[in-house]
Design a protein around this ligand. Structure first.
Ligand code: UGA
Length: 440
């Protein structure tokens, strides 16, 4: 058993802290945000993540066993920890491509007074390659060491991805320090390793690049199929069948080949931009110049969606009710950061449409970001009187909508399937105008 601190209790940190406690470790979650800490201390998740509240509750149970999980705003409370995970955000800098490392630097700075000889600081945040080397220099005078251990969790699956990841990657210094860091991490991840999870030990730079490369590859896969969707639209072909067919080649694989409105969220878009910025600093910008095109293909999908929506309401949004299904950047999340759905809703609003956005979890967050849009929590009410329905985030309840039932509520039977998840034949048979991105 290890005693662990987790600095930063956002998506990554809150889930990591709860997961490590569930594996039997003593965990201190630290964050400067008092509201977040108050919520987590009462086993309430500050964001929607399936399974997280159950995990928080079980680790903080008052059944007489000592608490394994404590949340605090005071880093001094975590002084007894010997392994310190840095889990703060690295957002895109305003007006630039590069990542903003303010929070990472502040987290390391705040740790310095509590670090003891033999402690291990473990970076999990997604950072530009070279950051770990720089931070290690700052940490070393305390007698502590640094490891970089990138995180691959997906929102909506964060608990499972943390406890049973595909792989563990450790970036460690050379020599004995590296061996000690590896041993300390092995102890933290003992249960996961015993379950057969592969572990790769690397240098700092490789570990940092693994994360950026993985997200860049995923973004590329999505934009590749969306580029094919553009060709399908131009030639009358069907991108979903195309994806099924090429995906059966197991060198290609069907996962992450869902064409539609493209990627958003707090990771993929800013990570590929930060990668381009860092590559430029390293004099290797040509190597990832293609990511600029990946980004453009992705952003073009939003504009194309608005065009399709305008077509189904006969060329103008003025005086039209447009119901947008989904505000989150993907289903099973309430995260609206760079949400393609909200981007589309905002554009239609600007073009004179009366937009009503509904989402099972994300309307509160969406309202804060786009206060001008109409919001309706109840799906039936949101659909009532619509001239067009746009399915932009593929929540299960939207995938299972029944064309006849929805048809009774709307004013015009027109639907644009921004995620290619509905059966066109079924909707057309019920008298709907069905349009989709990349399908005839
Ligand atoms: C992504 C990565 O998948 C994680 O491995 C990584 O740890 C995480 O970023 C991170 O850097 O923290 P996440 O942002 O939660 O995870 O979401 P994804 O499941 O990757 O989806 C990203 C976007 O791509 C969503 O907007 C989704 O709708 C879109 N997408 C996904 C598609 O448009 N088509 C697909 O086939 C798959």
């Amino acid at each position: 058993m290890s005693t662990i601190s987790v600095i930063g209790c956002g998506y990554l940190g809150a889930v990591h802290a709860a997961a490590m406690a569930s594996l039997g470790h003593r965990v201190f979650g630290v964050d400067v945000d008092e509201r977040k800490i108050a919520a987590l201390s009462e086993a309430r998740a500050p964001f929607f993540e399936p399974g997280l509240e159950e995990l928080l509750a079980s680790a903080q149970s008052d059944d007489g066993t000592p608490a394994r999980l404590t949340f605090t705003t005071d880093i001094a409370d975590a002084a007894e920890a010997t392994v310190h995970f840095v889990c703060v955000g690295t957002p895109q800098r305003r007006g630039e491509f590069a990542a903003d490392l303010t929070y990472v630097d502040a987290a390391v700075e705040s740790l310095l007074p509590v670090l003891k000889a033999g402690d291990l600081v473990v970076g999990k945040s997604t950072v530009p390659v070279g950051t770990a080397e720089r931070l290690a220099e700052i940490i070393r005078p305390t007698g502590a060491e640094l490891a970089w251990n990138p995180e691959f969790l997906r929102e909506g699956h964060a608990v499972d991805d943390t406890i049973t990841p595909d792989r563990l990657v450790y970036g460690v210094p050379g020599g004995e320090a590296g061996e000690q860091a590896t041993a300390a991490l092995d102890e933290v991840y003992r249960t996961t390793l015993d379950a057969g999870t592969p572990r790769l030990v690397a240098d700092y730079a490789t570990a940092e690049l693994v994360k950026t490369a993985a997200n860049s590859f995923l973004a590329t896969k999505i934009s590749f199929i969306n580029a094919m969707a553009e060709l399908c639209e131009a030639s009358g072909a069907d991108v979903t069948l195309l994806a099924d067919a090429i995906g059966m080649d197991d060198r290609i694989g069907r996962k992450f080949l869902n064409a539609g409105l493209g990627f958003g969220g707090g990771c993929l878009p800013k990570d590929i931009r930060a990668f381009m910025a860092r590559a430029g600093e390293l004099g290797a910008d040509q190597a990832v110049a293609f990511l600029r095109e990946i980004d453009s293909i992705n952003m073009r999908r939003r504009v194309r969606m608005v065009d399709l929506a305008r077509e189904v309401v006969n060329g103008s949004f003025i005086g039209k009710n447009i119901t947008v299904l989904g505000a989150a950047f993907k289903p099973d999340s309430d995260d609206v950061r760079d949400s393609p759905a909200l981007g589309v809703a905002g554009l239609i609003n600007l073009q004179g449409g009366t937009v009503t956005v509904t989402d099972p979890e994300a309307t509160d967050n969406a309202r804060r970001l786009f206060p001008d849009l109409g919001y309706e929590a109840d799906l039936e009410t949101a659909l009532r009187g619509a001239d067009a329905v746009l399915l932009l985030t593929e929540w299960k309840q939207y995938r299972e909508l029944h064309p006849e039932e929805v048809g009774e509520l709307v004013r015009g039977r027109a639907i644009v399937d921004g995620r290619n998840v509905l059966d066109p034949a079924e909707w057309r048979a019920a008298g709907w105008t069905y349009r989709a991105l990349g399908r005839p």
